[in-house]
Design a protein around this ligand. Structure first.
Ligand SMILES: [Zn+2]
Length: 114
């Protein structure tokens, strides 16, 4: 139940924000989710749907912003998008890429409160 623990920590973050802002509830929570985060949007949404009951997030929706995979290309000597998640080659020169620079993130970037 990986997604459930993530959903619970999102709610925890949201509830801390509500206290800070003096708000009463959350209407939406915006998340950045990388293609390599290992978290499924659908399973996270359904876990969140269960976890939000009886919390300040009871009527909140998750809004996802996809983060594309960017990896360092040794040939271009620059961070580049990859050609596909199966291939992991540079989208510009088609060389194999090494270090993933972006695409593993899962973070709360914004929320709307009432
Ligand atoms: Zn390249």
């Amino acid at each position: 139940m990986h997604e459930l623990s993530i959903a619970l920590s999102i709610i925890e973050v949201a509830e801390e924000e509500i206290v800070k802002l003096g708000a009463t509830g959350v209407t939406s929570i915006h998340l950045r989710i990388g293609a390599l985060s290992g978290v499924g949007k659908r399973s996270l949404s359904s876990a969140f749907g269960l976890a939000r009951e009886n919390t300040a997030c009871a009527t909140a929706d998750l809004v996802f912003e996809d983060v594309p995979i960017i990896a360092y290309c040794p040939r271009c000597r620059e961070p580049r998008p990859i050609s596909s998640i199966q291939q992991f080659n540079c989208a510009v020169c088609d060389s194999p890429v090494s270090d993933v620079v972006q695409g593993r993130e899962l973070q709360v970037i914004a929320m709307e409160v009432t």
